[in-house]
Structures are given as C-alpha cells and as structure tokens.
Write a protein that binds this ligand. Structure first.
Ligand code: HEM
Ligand SMILES: *[C@@H]1O[C@H](CO)[C@@H](O)[C@H](O)[C@H]1NC(C)=O
Ligand SMILES: *[C@@H]1O[C@H](CO)[C@@H](O)[C@H](O)[C@H]1NC(C)=O
Ligand SMILES: *[C@@H]1O[C@H](CO)[C@@H](O)[C@H](O)[C@H]1NC(C)=O
Length: 370
C-alpha cells in the first residue's frame, strides 16, 4: 500500500490522520487528533534560529506547498519530504519512523569536540552512516540497516548531501509521531570525510557520569541529553535483551508523549511488554540528572521546547551552522496532542484503551481497537 498523495491538499488531514491511526495492526488511541492547520512559520517554525520571518503559505491542511516556497535552496526538499513521509514512513509513527529518529542520533552522536580539537578524523551529522558500508554493520547500529538501505538512494536521486537526508528524515520522523514538535530543519551539510570513529556512541550499560561526559564532548549539556532521551517515547529494543525483542520503552510507542519519563521513573508498577534500559532508569534516579528527568513528567510543552533546542543542536553536530540554510518552511505542522491530553499527561499505565501487541511479528488482521 502506498501513500503517494499523503501531501496533496486533496487528501491532507484525512489521509494523514488515517495513515497515522488507521493502519493495519496499528491500534488507535482514544481520539484521533487532527493535524493543526496553522503553518509551521506561524508557530515560530518550531524553534530557535528558525524562519526568515516571511509567512509560509499552507494549503489548509498544515502541509506547505512547494508553489509557495520562500527560499529557493529549499525547493528540492518539498519532494524529498513527500518521498520520505509517504514512501518510507507511510505517514505514520511506525518502525521506519522510529528507526529514522535513532539513525539521526547514531550519525550525529559520533561527533567529538576532543577529536576536532586534535584535528583527528571525526564523526558528526555528516551522513557517513549512509555512505560507508561498514559503519551501519557495527553492533551499536544493529537495527538501523533497513532504514539505511531505504534512505541510501536519496542523496543521489535528489542531489543533496547524505547528512541532510539523515537529519531531515529524523526531523520528519518526529513529526510523523503525534505530539512530535517541529525541529529547525537545516540543510547544506558537507559530505562525510571519513567513516565515524568507533567507541563514541553511548551504551545503555555506561554509568550516568560517562554518558554526561560523552554528551558534553558532543557539545550537548546534561539537560539537552535528558530532553533528547525522551525520544525513547517512540522506541523499542531488540538487541539488548533478545528474549524481550520489540518491547517498547513506554506503553504508547506511536505517540510522542511524556509517558516515557513517567513510566521509566516509576519503579513500583510493572508494565507488560515495556523494557527499561538501565541507562534510562539511572537517569531518572541519579542525583545529577533526576531533576531534569522528572521535570518532564506530564509536561508535554515544556519537554517539546527543550527537545527542539537539543535536537536542533544534535542535527548539526560537526557542521558549520553559518553555512547551513533553515528550510523549516517545508515542515508539515505538528499533530496536536491536545485531544489526547488526558491520556498523555496522566496515568502510569494508560494507553487510552490501546491494546498492546506482544510481538510486532504477530500482527494479523487489520483491526482497530476502537
Ligand atoms: C544515553 C544515550 C542513549 C542510549 C544509551 C541509547 C540506547 C538505546 C538502545 C540500547 C536502544 C535499543 C536498540 C535495540 O536493541 O534495538 C535504543 C533505541 C532507540 N533510541 Fe536510544 N539511546 C540513547 C540516546 C538516544 C537519543 C539521543 C535518541 C534520539 C534523539 C535515541 C533514539 C532512539 C530511538 C528512536 C530508539 C528506538 C529505535 C527502534 O525502535 O527502532 N536514543 N536506544
Ligand atoms: C499548490 O498550490 C497551487 C496553487 O495554489 C495548486 O495549484 C497546486 O495544486 C498545489 N499543489 C500541491 C501539490 O499541493
Ligand atoms: C523507588 O524510587 C524511589 C524514589 O526515587 C526510591 O525512594 C525507592 O527506594 C525506590 N524503590 C525501589 C524498590 O527501588
Ligand atoms: C520485531 O520487529 C521487527 C520489525 O517489525 C520484526 O522484523 C521482528 O520479527 C520482530 N521480532 C519479534 C521477536 O517479534
């Protein structure tokens, strides 16, 4: 099933909503939120440093139309957006979207200030993970092979850099998840110079102090790290504990909500099919990070604001910001979580009546829970 018309004005909200909530095996939450009709630019473009101040015209369904493009540099990105959102993500917060979010971190998160200061080969948001065939084969990148093979043709197909494809895909993936904010969409990253050095991506077995130090070496604060880790709201694990493959990090893995924080911090409730990474639990209890962690519980808009700042910084690690162009004008509006507020800000279990599947592979009939 293809969704080539996802971003045509004719289908707009209807298709986006259906695609997100009405897909086979894709249980619907209590109420399907409608895409907000406000333009990306109207909401400040979703973050710091965003937008030229010029209004971006949208077609009434929250999806900017290339006909009204503001910056010519951004022109190809309308088509790239549609290809990624419809053909790769099928317009929903599913396996490919979650993998794209993680991929954006696994490319960018190899940046090291220390290596840069010593003029050594470095990582960063350069798309090396798409270009060097060996990088994605590393064990820390297990589970990213499929999204890499799907994105790999796009740089040549559209004449853009691999780093831009990886990071724009990550930003679009966040928007494919209801509640996900619009992150400033920079383009113009330079091509990779080398495969990313090894040993730079964090492990869930690392102590908190090690993780804080590693993010500091990326140029990200502890607070940025705690905001970013909230991306696990849409995450699953396969390789940490294969016996619990596809367990999710919270009970609402298709919604970009703060339940990940709530449920990770709660050490009294056992949730079925939820897996808590040691590092995430440690963030919620360690005195150096627990205040930031617990701050986000039930605070969707506070988290969104901090997440935008941190993810924007992550998305340009190792790049010269002065040489990049803000193409936030291409971004569809965030899907408003307000209709789901009750289910996203309260409750330890929750899920708004969403029936949980034990195994992703066990999907059968196209049935909605409500
Ligand atoms: C302390 C830092 C981090 C650690 C230790 C960590 C660790 C992990 C681990 C072990 C998995 C499961 C992989 C598997 O077995 O399938 C995972 C999944 C994931 N991570 Fe992280 N992570 C960190 C930071 C981040 C950041 C900064 C982001 C994005 C902003 C991110 C996004 C994701 C996503 C979306 C998934 C789910 C992937 C999927 O379900 O396909 N993580 N992470
Ligand atoms: C974009 O807008 C123009 C003019 O308003 C319209 O004719 C065209 O069909 C729209 N295209 C898409 C892909 O939405
Ligand atoms: C659960 O967390 C609370 C608050 O951090 C702590 O006081 C308590 O000792 C923890 N209980 C267990 C069983 O770990
Ligand atoms: C986990 O999910 C992946 C991707 O959807 C699927 O290929 C795999 O079979 C699943 N594994 C299990 C044990 O269900």
């Amino acid at each position: 099933m293809r969704f080539p018309d996802l971003f045509s004005p004719m289908f707009g909200v209807v298709v986006l909503t259906l695609a997100l909530f009405g897909m086979p095996g894709h249980a619907a939450p209590q109420a399907a939120p409608a895409a907000s009709a406000s333009a990306v630019a109207d909401s400040g473009g979703g973050g710091s440093g965003s937008g030229s101040g010029k209004p971006v015209t949208v077609t009434g369904c929250g999806i900017p139309n290339v006909t009204h493009a503001v910056n010519s540099v951004c022109l190809p990105w309308y088509g790239i957006r549609d290809t990624i959102m419809s053909e790769i993500f099928q317009g929903r917060c599913g396996d490919n979207a979650r993998a794209a979010v993680r991929l954006s971190f696994h490319d960018a998160g190899t940046f090291s200030q220390e290596l840069q200061d010593n003029a050594l080969p470095n990582g960063g948001a350069d798309g090396s993970i798409l270009v060097d065939p060996n990088e994605v084969l590393r064990s820390e990148n297990n589970g990213l092979q499929n999204i890499v093979s799907l994105l790999q043709p796009l740089p040549d197909q559209f004449g853009v850099s691999p780093g831009d494809i990886v990071q724009i895909a990550g930003i679009l993936a966040v928007l494919a998840c209801p509640g996900g904010p619009a992150i400033t969409a920079y383009v113009g990253r330079t091509p990779p110079q080398n495969i990313a050095p090894t040993g730079l991506l964090p492990s869930p077995e690392d102590p908190v102090a090690t993780l804080v130090a590693r993010f500091a070496d990326m140029g990200l604060s502890s607070r940025d790290m705690i905001a970013l880790i909230g991306a696990h709201t849409t995450g699953t694990q396969q390789f940490v504990n294969p016996a619990e493959a596809n367990y999710t990090f919270d009970t609402t893995d298709t919604i970009w909500d703060t339940r990940f924080y709530t449920q990770t911090a709660d050490n009294t409730t056992v949730l079925p099919d939820v897996y808590k990474l040691d590092s995430d639990v440690a963030f919620s209890t360690d005195p150096t990070t627990s205040t930031d962690f617990n701050r986000f519980i039930g605070q969707q808009s506070l988290w969104q604001t901090d997440y935008i700042t941190a993810h924007t910084a992550m998305s340009i690690l190792g790049q010269n910001a002065a040489h990049l162009t803000d193409c936030s004008e291409i971004l569809p509006s965030s899907i408003d979580l307000t209709p789901l507020e009750e289910t996203t800000t309260t409750g330890k279990g929750g899920g708004g009546g969403r029936r949980r599947r034990r195994r992703r592979g066990a999907r059968t009939s196209p049935r909605r829970t409500r």
